[in-house]
Design a protein around this ligand. Structure first.
Ligand code: 5GP
Length: 212
């Protein structure tokens, strides 16, 4: 006899948060991970240098270019892309491990990576784009961070418009003028997506047991 699944059994959600740098995505991600035990961050690999305060293995796996290329060649990435002339990629194995536990995965990746995940795993993917309230506020936040050089900040302002131009490729678009409210919206999206019928692998047996 086939194993009876728990009524709450479901496929994991792959929740992507994209935004231009400085729109508050990292803050929202941190707050979400703190307030929800069911979701884990996907830690990307990158060839960019570590910023002050970052921890290898927590914020990113900081690797050199030959190592990154070896990971690409070995098929170790679910997706990878060039961003700001550096390489960023999502290691496949940890994502699969979290999904196998029936938990959800949070991705802080750009539009290129989102497109690649959409091509491979669209049924499990939920794409959220976070907009800044204005470009002035975005510039203010990038300056306030104080960890990057003016050239890097200017480059990111130029790239912000390009990133924002992909907003229509996302399922949900939020405006982050208040981090708490934006977090509440992300949590609502996650709550709803978790009970979407197509994800609920345990329902068929459960409904059969209800109505015979
Ligand atoms: P930062 O260098 O500020 O941490 O990140 C720069 C950009 O790279 C952000 O837009 C971030 O979402 C994106 N990014 C970070 N990790 C990945 C990844 O694994 N894949 C892709 N495609 N983009 C990533």
């Amino acid at each position: 006899m086939a194993e009876i699944l728990s009524p709450s059994a479901r496929r994991g959600v792959l929740l992507v948060l994209s935004s231009p740098s400085g729109a508050g995505k990292s803050t929202i991600s941190r707050m979400l991970l703190k307030s929800d035990d069911g979701i884990e961050m996907s830690v990307s690999a990158t060839t960019r240098p570590m910023r002050p305060g970052e921890v290898d293995g927590r914020d990113y796996h900081f690797v050199d270019t030959p190592r990154f290329e070896a990971m690409v060649a070995g098929g170790e990435f679910l997706e990878w892309a060039h961003v700001f002339d550096r390489r960023y990629g999502t290691p496949r194995a940890p994502v699969e491990a979290v999904l196998a536990q029936g938990r959800d995965v949070l991705f802080d990746i750009d539009w290129q990576g989102t497109q690649q995940l959409h091509a491979k795993m669209r049924d499990d993917l939920v794409r959220v784009f976070i907009l800044p309230p204005s470009m002035e506020e975005l510039a203010r936040r990038l300056n306030a961070r104080g960890t990057d050089s003016p050239e890097v900040i200017a480059g990111r302002m130029n790239r912000a418009a390009a990133e924002i131009s992909h907003w229509a490729e996302y399922d949900y678009v939020l405006i982050n003028d208040d981090a708490e409210r934006c977090l509440a919206e992300v949590r609502s999206i996650l709550a709803a997506e978790r009970v979407r019928r197509a994800r609920r692998t345990g329902l068929v047996d459960f409904v059969r047991s209800l109505i015979g």
